[in-house]
Structure formats: structure tokens, C-alpha cells
Design a protein around this ligand. Structure first.
Ligand SMILES: [Zn+2]
Length: 101
């Protein structure tokens, strides 16, 4: 079952894997992002349209740009802005009990 552009849920094994290379990332009830390769960089890494926060806001509260990749094939799963030190958002939560029924 496809749960994201590059993520596959195996309901039998209750695991999440990469749909590009088949790499098993984690159990279905875990946060796949914590099992992906994460790269963090300045906001300007997001692209040429993004200016340094201090230029837009007057100061930089500590924003960073985060990207999550498959550790097997390197496909980009997701990216978002966050404050340094923010926990990694668990944005795809699977109801594991619903899988078993
Ligand atoms: Zn992969």
C-alpha cells in the first residue's frame, strides 16, 4: 500500500519501506523520518528564492532546512523548514491495530 510518493506500507509485515529500492526503514508504528538519512542546512539551501531569515525577519530565530533521504537509494522523501532543535514531526502515523483486523 502506497502511503507517500516514495513510501510503501507492508501491512503483513507491518513495516514501512522505500518504494524505489525496497529498503525497509522501520516498523509501521515508527516515524520513518527518524530512520531516514537527514541532512540539515541553512534556509537558503531550499532554493534561490529563499533568503536568509535575518534579511526577511531582521533576525534569525534559528531556522533550518531539513531533508530526509532513503538510506538505500538516496531518493528525497520529504523536506521542510524547522527551528534548530525542534523534534522531527511524525507526519505519517499508521494505525497498526487497524492493519491487523
Ligand atoms: Zn530507496
Amino acid at each position: 500500500m502506497k502511503i507517500h510518493e516514495y513510501l510503501e506500507l507492508d501491512a503483513q509485515a507491518a513495516t514501512i519501506s522505500c518504494s524505489e529500492c525496497g529498503e525497509v526503514l522501520c516498523d509501521a508504528d515508527q516515524n520513518y523520518k527518524e530512520h531516514s538519512s537527514m541532512r540539515t542546512g541553512p534556509v537558503t539551501d531550499a532554493g534561490p528564492l529563499f533568503q536568509p531569515p535575518e534579511r526577511v525577519l531582521g533576525s534569525d530565530p534559528g531556522y533550518e532546512f531539513r531533508e530526509w533521504f532513503c538510506p538505500g537509494c538516496g531518493v528525497l522523501f520529504d523536506h521542510r523548514f524547522a527551528l534548530e532543535g525542534d523534534r522531527i514531526i511524525h507526519d505519517i502515523e499508521i494505525d497498526v491495530e487497524a492493519l491487523e483486523s
